[in-house]
Design a protein around this ligand. Structure first.
Ligand code: UFG
Length: 336
């Protein structure tokens, strides 16, 4: 049985990916420092799959700990999620973001080099495209200057991996996520934002639950159909499955270059107001919201061209926005 290390495996996307890996027959080892996740997630994963992943609470910034981990555990591949991810915070704390997101990445790649294994999947983001000139966004769209240190860690991260692939014969895939939302069908795992949510869906569900008074919609003067910004919201379980497909591609040696990258989205754009309307329908509840000014750094519209991912990874999304919102709402209700 192949043993896969999932860093950040108790986080939102990480935990859903661990479940799918176990369902697909992989042996999973999780490294997580619990800085933005909870240890209970481990038990919830076991409740879903019936299998307990090996778990190490470890800070990947501590190189000696990383080394020690690999001294005692033999790994066949890595899915690397562990990273800081708040765009605004990254502007305030760029050095912490570079230390954590880049430092840890380099340490993992060094261990791969020194121990002669590879198969590396990197958690990247559509943020690398900025506001693309053409929609939907294909993988040929140019990478634009990052808007934030967070975004830059994803761009630089991809560059580092690409150079390491060339120098050390690694095989790696970066997945450029669009907007992951929703929760597992079992409603045992989902998104656990710390403090006031920055992302739309957790803010919507917390508002509906009465935790937040009202949702602020950031701008209705964008050049879109209803004036609100458009994103590609992908169900987190579909996104998790894309990781299994990418990993399998590497394990089967079906990759066409030593470093590849794919867009992972649904291909469909939805405006903020459309999301609010869909949510109101599935939750059968009116949502308090007001229109306010644009949020700094936001782009008008981003949605994926999924042709390459579906062809090369033999993967496609199976779930709708309504299903994602319904699961996010059930998850929210399960939290109180
Ligand atoms: N929005 C609101 N009100 C809120 C929160 C969000 O109107 O309270 C709007 C935003 O303005 C945006 C849309 O909802 O138009 C989606 O916002 P999110 O914050 O959920 O997602 P973003 O697309 O801004 O951010 C996502 C990821 C980031 C990544 C970024 C790249 O969360 O990690 O895409 O574009 F960097």
């Amino acid at each position: 049985m192949k043993k896969i290390l999932v860093t950040g495996g108790l986080g939102f996307i990480g935990s859903h990916t661990v479940v799918e890996l176990q369902n697909a027959g992989f042996d999973v080892v999780i490294i997580d420092d619990l800085s933005n996740s909870s240890i209970e997630v481990l038990d919830n994963i076991v409740e879903i799959t019936g299998k307990k992943p090996d778990f190490h609470q470890l800070d990947l910034r501590i190189k000696s700990d990383v080394k020690e981990f690999f001294n005692t555990t033999k790994i066949d591949g890595i899915i690397h999620f562990a990273a800081f991810k708040a765009v605004g915070e990254s502007v305030q704390k760029p050095l912490e973001y570079y230390e954590n997101n880049i430092g840890s990445l380099v340490y993992l790649l060094q261990e791969m080099r020194d121990r002669n294994f590879d198969n590396f999947i990197f958690s990247s983001s559509c943020t690398v495209y900025g506001q693309a000139d053409e929609l939907p966004i294909t993988e040929n769209a140019p990478v634009k200057t990052a808007e934030s240190p967070y975004g830059n860690t994803k761009q630089v991260g991809e560059e580092i991996i690409k150079e390491a692939c060339n120098a050390h014969n690694f095989n790696a895939i970066a997945l450029r996520y669009f907007n992951p939302v929703g929760a597992h069908d079992s409603i045992k795992i989902g998104e656990l934002p710390l403090g006031v949510p920055q992302n739309l869906i957790p803010f919507v569900t917390q508002t509906a639950a009465g935790i937040r008074e009202e949702l602020s919609i950031f701008g209705d003067d964008y050049p879109t159909e209803d004036g609100t910004a458009v994103r590609d919201y992908i169900h987190v379980v579909d996104l998790a499955k894309a990781h299994i497909a990418a990993l399998q591609r590497l394990l089967d040696k079906k990759n066409k270059a030593n470093f590849e990258f794919f867009n992972v989205g649904t291909g469909k754009g939805s405006s903020v107001l459309e999301v609010v309307k869909s949510f109101e329908k599935v939750a059968d509840k009116k949502l308090n919201y007001k229109i306010v000014g644009r949020r700094e750094g936001d782009i008008t519209a981003a949605y994926a061209d999924t042709t390459l991912a579906s062809k090369e990874l033999n993967w496609k999304t199976e779930k709708t926005l309504d299903e994602a919102l319904e699961s996010a709402w059930k998850w929210q209700q399960s939290q109180s």
